[in-house]
Write a protein that binds this ligand. Sequence first.
Ligand SMILES: O=c1ccn([C@H]2C[C@H](O)[C@@H](CO)O2)c(=O)[nH]1
Length: 152
Amino acid sequence: MTNRLSSEELRQLIEAAKEARSRAYIPYSGFGVGAALLDGNGHIHYGCNVENAAYGPTNCAERTAMFRAVADGHAPRSFRGMAVVADTPGPVSPCGTCRQVMAELCGPDMPVWLTSMKGDVTETTVSALLPGAFLLNADEAAGAFSKGEPTA
Ligand SMILES: O=c1ccn([C@H]2C[C@H](O)[C@@H](CO)O2)c(=O)[nH]1
């Protein structure tokens, strides 16, 4: 595995996830989640869950972070790691939809740190979170994107 995070980078990524969680828009569940995604340029993309009165349109923290990063011009599968945090008894467990999106946009080997507000930290990978993910030539798909300059 190339380009592993230093312990300081990991500390900052987890702090960023906590900061992102403080921005969660959660009038219905009251359950805030934060995510932080580190790109290849060392920039951290923040994600929080954003809920909706119709419930279905709710976006999880993990997907918010990934979609923001791609929208800001970062190529799918160019990311170095993601941290996720919630106020859970143990490390937070991402939903199936977010695991599927991670498989496409982050790639199988990217590390994911599942954490809790009280300090649990478990390291896993995208492929461990979703073995046998459904993908349609995702490597080529990722390469076809992000031709613009990143804006953040
Ligand atoms: O990994 C997860 C799991 C849940 N949620 C959000 C969705 C919803 O707003 C709230 C309760 O499910 O938590 C996330 O953001 N990430």
